[in-house]
Design a binder for this molecule. Structure first.
Ligand code: GAP
Length: 448
């Protein structure tokens, strides 16, 4: 292997994702729906793996429990949380070309009060545009029945604080973790699955004693940084951006983002927020319920402060895909000629498929035992069975979707009861007993 190229542009990743069944444009046969995406067979598995990595990192700790809250919540939740009044972006319309744009992050407007599309100065006044999607509950489309699709999962944690604290009998500090869909009517979605209107969030609220909050904020910054490194993001592509006073969300006392260097630049990946006692105090005020904590040991009663870690699952998947991508100048394993090999070098636990079974021929005498081996492996791992085209092409397909191991079943396998197993990264091959295949893959994944 002489040369390695990393991902240069997002278009290369979009095209790989489509070609290999990772992510498709939503409703493609109807021309697609802007900024909505569907995860195909490999993408759905990849997403499960990313979610599992996050869920295990959170809920296998003694101090964090899980939650799966509903998307639709009582409308007063969003008044109390500040989203009805405060969750909006400033918008301006160009009267000449009808372009609508955000006035707070459009350079031509900030500098010269010009339309970013046609340059016209014939623009409307700024208006606030609330990002929450509205819908109606029940058969009557009346204002009394308006409910919102949640714009963050976090409010489910706050309104369940008391239920969870009392039933799990957790003592402070403790956390609540959840994974679920959120919806925002973003004005400028884009960059593939980076910013969409429907997305999945993985959020954890950590309830702490006031006064210890800043120390926990620092601890969670470090813990989340370590997680992101562990899932495969290189440290040189991570940086921390602390919010200045004018960047803080309406609920935040202190906040910052872990940013990732995407092909389109440094962008927010995960937020670490000190939400103080804002949310519990607001919900106590609007619901009339006391949302406090009683410390048996010290006899103190207080409203906990909350440190939040919030990451978009889809955004993390994009970061993981970008980090995993590499092109290698190498030799074709069949012809020996120079070749470019595209590899998604996922950490094995993230790889959508762990092992592929590749019978050398479509003849029934090979297919039968190869399928049998597939069945054995599938009891333990996600397996892909591929019997079409040359073995070289099949290896390349598996490399391109990050499969750590490929097992080739050949005619000799019928006699010697052995198969050839190939390692994704080194391309080295071992001849092993068929009966040892499951063990070999187990160990191989562990020591990858
Ligand atoms: N509960 C706090 C909260 O939602 P946020 O910074 O607005 O904070 C947290 O969102 C994370 O959710 C972001 O860092 C990002 O990873 C993800 N996210 C937010 N809006 C998104 C969107 N429109 N599309 C995809 N991911 C998004």
């Amino acid at each position: 292997m002489s040369d390695i190229q990393r991902l240069k542009d997002l278009a290369t990743m979009v095209s790989l994702c489509k070609r290999r069944g990772i992510v498709f444009q939503s409703s493609e046969i109807y021309g697609g729906l802007a900024s909505c995406w569907d995860y195909g067979p490999l993408g759905a598995q990849l997403k499960q793996n990313v979610k599992r990595a996050w869920w295990n990192a959170m809920t296998r700790r003694e101090d964090i429990v899980g939650l799966d809250a509903s998307i639709l919540m009582h409308p007063t939740v969003w008044k109390a949380s500040g989203h009805v009044d405060g969750f909006s972006d400033p918008l301006v319309d160009c009267k000449s070309c009808k372009t609508r744009f955000r006035s707070d992050n459009t350079e031509s407007y900030i500098k010269e009060k010009k339309c970013p599309n046609c340059g016209s100065k014939d623009l409307t006044e700024e208006r606030r545009f609330n990002l929450m999607f509205k819908t109606f509950m029940g058969p009557n489309e009346e204002s009394a029945n308006i409910v919102y699709l949640r714009p963050e999962t976090a409010q489910g944690h706050f309104v369940n604080y008391e239920n969870i604290q009392t039933t799990s009998r957790k003592k402070i500090p403790f956390g609540i973790a959840a994974i679920g869909k959120s919806f925002r009517n973003e004005i400028t979605p884009g960059n593939f699955i980076f910013r969409t209107r429907e997305f999945e969030q993985m959020e954890m609220q950590y309830f702490v004693k006031p006064g210890t909050d800043m120390q926990w904020w620092e601890t969670w910054k470090e813990t989340r940084w370590a997680f992101l490194k562990n899932i495969g993001l290189a440290e040189e592509n991570l940086q921390f951006h602390e919010h200045k006073k004018d960047e803080l969300a309406h609920y935040a006392l202190k906040a910052g983002d872990i940013e990732y260097k995407f092909p389109f630049g440094w962008q927010e990946l995960e937020g670490i927020h000190n939400r103080s006692d804002f949310d519990l105090t607001q919900h106590a005020k609007f619901s009339g319920k006391k949302l406090e904590y009683f410390d048996e040991a010290t006899k103190d009663r207080f409203v906990p402060y909350v440190i939040e870690t919030a990451i978009g699952c889809d955004r993390l998947i994009l970061a993981v895909l970008c980090a995993a991508y590499r092109e290698e100048v190498t030799k074709d394993e069949e012809t020996g000629k120079d070749d470019i090999r595209v590899v998604l070098g996922f950490r094995p636990e993230i790889a959508p498929v762990k092992v592929a079974v590749l019978p050398l021929s479509k003849k029934a005498e090979l297919q039968g035992p190869a399928m049998e081996l597939r069945g054995e492996l599938a009891k333990e791992f996600e397996v892909n069975y591929d019997d079409s085209q040359s073995i070289g092409k099949r290896y390349r397909r598996q490399d391109e979707t990050g499969t750590p191991f490929c097992i080739t079943f050949d005619f000799e396998s019928l006699n010697d009861k052995k198969v050839t197993i190939r390692h994704r990264d080194t391309m080295k091959q071992d001849r092993i007993d068929i009966s040892q295949a499951v063990n070999y893959v187990h160990q191989g994944l562990r020591n990858f």
